[in-house]
Write a protein that binds this ligand. Structure first.
Ligand SMILES: [Zn+2]
Length: 303
């Protein structure tokens, strides 16, 4: 995991890391938090200036427009401004949104990472850093950009039955890959999928058609919603926020399972996952198929 220097965020001046980095890569809950930061800093305010440092929008100018608010679907952010325009961003692995209060400036070393700067007429700044996806679109086009996504547990239009239907549509698919696919359920990243499968007791390779998906989907929603209700980094699944104690299996290769003391296993990528993310699991607590130790098809077991 890459690290990133501390930033002074929000008008409080509190120094925090951008949420995007707090739990590894951005997941639906950290994206939701970024949207709330943007709302607290920018919503209802008029833009004095906008600066797009991306080639396709280099001449775009949002000055004079009021920021209406930011909504999310999965890991996509849609920042709406007056007159029917939306700034669509996606953090992917490295992007982040930082909001600075009046009079605060980004540390000079981070300035080269700015992709978008939105400055309000009361001197607040929204800064998109290292943002891989930046596009200005008509607000009316938002549904087109999210049409492929599954239901999002953090949205008011969350539809558990639809998430279950999408899981059931490909019953042979391993659960880890199915849950990571944003077309099944939007917002779960690798941390939540690993922890969710531990909590539900399913191995990552369990075919989606072999499990009762109702409690699985319900737990996914509960974990994400719990995460956004706590202050600071909500990506704690064990209830213990001390460093190194936050997670059941995620990132704990070789360490004893917190329930049964069996060493947590790890493979560097999930077969069937196009993004080749790692997975961790307890071979005792999580029933279902799993590769034999040292023999993962197409991968090498790492210590
Ligand atoms: Zn265990």
């Amino acid at each position: 995991m890459r690290t990133f220097p501390s930033l002074p965020c929000e008008s409080s001046g509190a120094t925090t890391r951008p949420d995007a980095y707090a739990g590894g890569v951005p997941e639906g809950d950290s994206v939701w938090r970024a949207a709330r930061r943007l709302d607290r800093g920018l919503a209802g305010r008029v833009l004095a200036r906008s600066d797009f440092r991306v080639p396709q929008h280099a001449t775009a100018d949002l000055s004079g427009r009021t920021v209406l608010g930011t909504v999310t679907h999965g890991k996509h952010l849609f920042t709406r401004v007056e007159d029917g325009l939306t700034l669509h961003t996606h953090l992917r692995m490295d992007g982040s949104w930082t909001v600075l209060g009046a009079g605060r400036r980004l540390p000079r070393r981070l300035v080269p990472h700015i992709r978008v700067e939105l400055l309000t007429n009361d001197d607040r700044r929204g800064l998109a850093l290292q943002m891989p996806v930046v596009e200005l679109v008509p607000t009316a086009d938002e549904p087109r950009l999210t049409a492929h996504l599954g239901p999002d547990p953090l949205r008011d239009d969350w539809d558990a039955a639809e998430a279950m239907r999408r899981l059931a549509a490909r019953p042979d698919r391993p659960l880890a890959a199915a849950l990571l696919d944003q077309r099944t359920l939007a917002g779960l990243g690798n941390l939540w999928v690993n922890e969710l499968l531990f909590v539900r007791g399913h191995s990552p390779w369990t075919p989606a058609g072999d499990v009762d998906t109702a409690p699985l989907v319900a737990m996914a929603r509960r974990m994400l919603r719990q995460s956004i209700t706590v202050r600071g980094n909500g990506q704690v699944t064990t209830g213990d926020a001390r460093p190194g104690e936050e997670h059941w299996v995620y990132g704990r290769s070789g360490q004893p399972c917190r329930r049964c003391r069996t060493p947590v296993r790890h493979v560097p990528e999930v077969p069937g996952d196009a993004e080749r993310r790692a997975t961790w699991w307890c071979p005792h607590c999580q029933s279902g198929p799993a590769p034999a130790p040292g023999r993962v098809p197409g991968t090498a077991e790492s210590p």
